[in-house]
Design a binder for this molecule. Sequence first.
Ligand code: ZN
Ligand code: ZN
Length: 231
Amino acid sequence: MANLVWHTKLGIHLDLTLEDLGHPNLPNLWSIVYDTDRLYAARDIPVSARDLQCGGICQEAGVTAWMYLRQRADGRREAVHERTEDEQRHVPLMTPEYRAYQERIQLSSAGAHGPRSVRARASHAARHGITPAWHTDRADYADRHDTHWPRSDRLPARVIAKAGDLRVVSGFRALDFWRCDARALYRCPDTSHRCGKVHVTPKPRDILFGGDGSESYASLWRGTAKVSELL
Ligand SMILES: [Zn+2]
Ligand SMILES: [Zn+2]
C-alpha cells in the first residue's frame, strides 16, 4: 500500500493521508476517483488502464507501478499496487538498529514520505489532545519545527538495545532567554556587536530517552503510543 497516487489523466498527485487528497479546490475528489476505479473494476478494465500509478517510492525509482483503490469498512482509504514486487519496494528494511529500538518502545513508522505523513498525524493527534513526539536519528528531521523530533546519534544496535540511557541529542527544544551583553554565550542574532537586548534561542534540552529523569519525555512517548492506536 502507498499513500501517494499519481493520476495520469488529471496529472496530479493524490495524498490519501489528507481528507481532500491535497486538493482543496477539487471538492469530492476522492468519491470521483474511487467510484471511477470501482466502475472500471466492475467492467473488467485492467488496472493498467485505470489511470492510477504509485506516486511515491515507485515513481521516485522511475518505475511505473499501477494501483487500484479500496476503502475499508472504517473509512480508511488505501491504494494497492497491482504487482507484489512493487509493494515490496515500500517495505522498510528491518535493520538491527530498528529492531533494537523496537525492543525499547512501540515504533510507529514515519513512512516512505517521511515528515509529510507525520505532519498529518501530528495535527490528528493534536485534535485529540495528544502531544506527539517522533524519535529520529536523522539531523534533517530533528531541525524541523512541525512536531517534536527528539534525536539520538546514530548508534549501533547493541547500544540502543541495552537497558541504559539513550541520550537525546537534539530536536527537543527549550527556549533560552538571554541578555545580549559581554557575558552572553551566544552571538547576537541581529547585529555584529552586543546590543543589550534580550534574545530568545531555542536549544536542545538535555534529556534521556525513556530514562528516569525524563518524565516529560516519557509522557510524550505515551502520547506517541496513543497516536499509533488512533491510526
Ligand atoms: Zn509504490
Ligand atoms: Zn543582540
